[in-house]
Design a protein around this ligand. Structure first.
Ligand code: SIN
Ligand code: MN
Length: 211
């Protein structure tokens, strides 16, 4: 994928942005954070069907889903405690790639076990949609699908490996996207934390509008 072409639409693909050491430092941080904010299984609005992806959050606000709907909230739905803070290294990624003056308020942490996937969707629960979504991949490679702003638009698929960063900004901010599959055993970076392996995806988001 041509980054320059992609960049014009507000889509950015930065393969290998985080080196192995940066990935390991992040994994160590996350390992500690999930001790206070454990992964839980969100459920779909209305139907209550469980997601195949487990989730937790960092930051002032966390994205949650249950029968009542999708929303951001300041506390973990199971422990009732506030989310751990977003580490400086992720704030640095945002400063480098977001092109947006205010700090992210939410970092959704997704864990995909080997059979997990995420259906095609838009990130539309944020009040501030001039800020991009910055998405960091750790662990096993994923097959990521990116479409346009209409569900019927054609999609293209590409692999996201550990350390890769995707930015959905500009006209790509509301692009449909999803994860079709995980390729088990393609990374060792989660080995010391999650014995079952899989993939971690972190999405940094600005939620509220300040200007
Ligand atoms: C998401 O859309 O929340 C996650 C995307 C990904 O896992 O790459
Ligand atoms: Mn999304």
């Amino acid at each position: 994928m041509q980054e320059s072409v992609a960049g014009r639409s507000g889509f950015g693909f930065h393969p290998g942005w985080l080196d192995r050491q940066a990935q390991e430092d992040l994994v160590a941080w996350l390992h500690g954070a999930v001790a206070t904010a454990p992964f839980y299984t969100p459920t779909m609005p209305r139907t209550g069907k469980p997601f195949s992806v487990r989730m937790t959050n960092l930051g002032d606000l966390g994205w949650v889903s249950d029968r009542a709907g999708y929303r951001y909230q300041s506390t973990h739905p199971e422990t009732g405690r506030g989310w751990p803070r977003i580490p400086a290294s992720l704030m640095e990624v945002w400063r480098a790639l977001a092109g947006y003056p205010d700090a992210p308020e939410a970092c959704l942490v997704n864990h995909y076990a080997s059979g997990a996937r995420m259906g095609l969707h838009q990130d539309a629960d944020e009040q501030e949609q001039t800020a991009p979504v910055v998405s960091i991949s750790l662990g096993d490679t994923a097959l990521f699908r990116l479409g346009g702003t209409s569900r019927r638009d054609p999609t293209r698929s590409f692999r996201l490996s550990s350390g890769d960063i995707v930015v959905l900004g500009g006209t790509a901010r509301m692009a449909f996207h999803g994860v079709d599959r995980i390729y088990p055993g393609t990374s060792t970076v989660l080995d010391g934390w999650l014995p079952e392996g899989g993939r971690i995806n972190l999405t940094l988001r600005r939620v509220t509008r300040t200007r």
